[in-house]
Design a protein around this ligand. Structure first.
Ligand code: NAP
Ligand code: G3H
Length: 487
């Protein structure tokens, strides 16, 4: 089992052209656990620009052959990778808990879900087909032209993943990219890179040929700009904050982007909602992994008629959440990823308190542990009404009716998901139709899965659509070969 580092045995290496390379410059980044005694869990190379070049070059070269490998053979590697991931469940869950402080149950379910994702990706790729389009359906053309449309890989895919799902949000980029015939360079979040490197090992052991999957470690603030503007990168699949995503879209040119960014998902509760169902979904949606999920419920918009009743039910559940160290016990609320993130959440809490929001639960902090916090009577002049905390704090905004709820929901810069709780199907459609988001959940918390559904954000929440088939399509392009029949 994984524990605090002693000696050099936990110095990780990068996968480059099928070899595990240490830092040439001798520079490493130390990864400390966000939980318990904050012990050192590993060190990763702080790659130099030259090392980055080597990783990307190896992907470029390998892709020339990989694109010609039959899809069924690429899929076989994915099936094997999924099996290995399941075999290594305990080891990887252990690292994940220590590296990013996720509780055991969520860590295990992330890994198993990733194995399912990889298998489903292989199945989907084998069942994709092209199309043939007759020319004569367009005015002025005869029956002598036919377009055969096949899919081509894009080349080298740069996959940049965030800290909060270090296996799943890396696997959900790597698997669709390589099954489509691309090679991949994975740059995991620094806090999360131990998991990312383990995942690379899984694909290597599954038989991914040298260079098809490569890794880069190093701080995004040091090498990020260099990687994303690298001339050999053909596609960028990024998940992370809106700030970094926006910067990448500003400094890159002529490189297609698939981006899943921040959110401020609203749970809209109407007067005819099942309030018990709404309350349990809202609490699970807002506080799991301490709210460090893009799709966490990040605000409640409840109509006045049922607000008091809903607030009471939500409060009761939040008070029961268990806070602690996931290595020691089964807990709902874990310490945040670092002190800086906790400082930010604390700022939002302080400001809401100062401006007169009614603190119902929490409002307590111990280092990077923020206790589950619930505010009622949050108003739209408070930062908490608009900003994404990525922490366990939930604002309740009372509204007069569904239209005011829609108006406030849509005023957000974000547009990832929203929930609407109502037992009236007409009301559900009324609200869903007007919300500016990628997904509306009717009578459920906001969430990404099942992973073959389309998942996308509008406005500041992203560009393009993920989801198994959608991701394969995003990382390949249609190619038309036109047959002209000479009669
Ligand atoms: P982040 O700080 O934006 O980091 C994301 C990734 O970008 C990391 O690998 C990071 O590397 C890298 N990076 C940083 N600066 C870069 C640069 N200049 N160029 C290229 N890459 C750079 O986000 P996070 O804190 O890991 O994750 C939390 C955020 O992600 C939240 O806003 C959340 O909503 C969002 N998120 C969205 C989704 C979604 O599907 N919509 C899913 C998960 C998370 P370093 O770690 O080395 O800095
Ligand atoms: O953090 C963002 C993830 O994509 C959310 O996935 O809804 O399954 O927690 P989830």
């Amino acid at each position: 089992m994984f524990s605090c580092i002693r000696g050099k045995e936990r110095t990780f290496r990068n996968l480059v052209n099928g070899e595990w390379l240490s830092s040439e410059s001798g520079k490493f980044i130390e990864i400390y656990s966000p939980i318990g005694e904050n012990c050192l869990v590993g060190k990763v190379p702080a790659m130099t620009k030259e090392e980055v070049d080597q990783s990307i070059k190896s992907a470029k070269i390998a892709q020339n052959e990989w694109r010609n490998v039959p899809v069924s053979k690429r899929a076989d590697i994915l099936y094997k990778a999924a099996d290995i991931l399941v075999e290594k469940l305990d080891d990887i869950a252990d690292i994940m808990m220590r590296e990013i402080g996720k509780d055991r149950k969520s860590s295990e379910s992330e890994i198993l879900r990733s194995a399912d994702y990889i298998r489903f990706t292989a199945d989907t790729a084998k069942n994709l087909s092209g199309e043939s389009i007759p020319g004569d359906s367009f005015p002025g053309f005869k029956r002598n032209k036919i377009s055969i449309v096949t899919r081509e890989p894009l080349g080298v895919v740069l996959a940049i993943s965030p800290f909060n799902y270090p296996i799943n949000l890396a696997a959900s980029k790597i698997a669709p990219a390589i099954v489509a015939g691309n090679s991949v360079v994975l740059k995991p979040a620094t806090q999360g890179s131990l998991c990312g490197l383990y995942l690379a090992k899984v694909f290597e052991q599954a038989g991914a040929p040298a260079g098809v999957l490569n890794t880069i470690t190093g701080r995004g603030s040091d090498i990020g700009d260099y990687i994303v503007t690298h001339p050999e990168i053909d596609f960028i699949n990024f998940t992370g904050s809106t700030d970094v995503g926006t910067k990448i879209s500003r400094i890159t040119a002529m490189v297609p982007l698939l981006m899943e960014l921040g959110g401020k998902d609203a749970a809209i509760v109407l007067k005819d909602a099942d309030l018990d169902l709404a309350a349990s979904n809202i609490v699970a949606g807002a506080y799991s992994y301490s709210g460090q999920r893009c799709t966490a419920v990040k605000r409640i918009l409840v109509v006045n008629e049922v607000a008091d009743k809903l607030v009471e039910k939500v409060k009761e559940k939040v008070e029961k959440l268990k806070v602690g160290n996931p290595l020691e016990e089964d807990v709902d609320i874990v310490p945040l990823i670092d002190e800086r993130s906790a400082d930010f959440v604390w700022e939002l809490i302080d400001e809401a308190r100062e401006k007169g929001a009614h603190l119902l639960v929490g409002g307590k902090r111990d280092g990077n542990m923020i206790y589950p916090t619930l505010f009622d009577n949050v108003t739209t002049d408070m930062r908490l009404a608009w900003e994404e905390p990525f922490g366990p704090v939930l604002p309740i905004i009372r509204v007069k009716d569904k239209d005011e709820a829609i108006e406030i929901a849509n005023k957000s810069e974000y547009g990832l998901q929203s929930s609407v709780f109502t037992e009236n199907i007409n009301e559900a459609f009324y609200v869903a139709d007007r919300l500016e988001v990628g997904t509306v959940q009717v009578n459920n918390k906001t969430e990404r899965g099942p992973d073959h559904f389309p998942f996308s954000g509008v406005k500041a929440s992203g560009i393009g659509t993920q989801g198994i088939r959608y991701s394969i399509e995003a990382m390949s392009r249609p190619k038309a070969t036109v047959i002209n029949i000479v009669r």
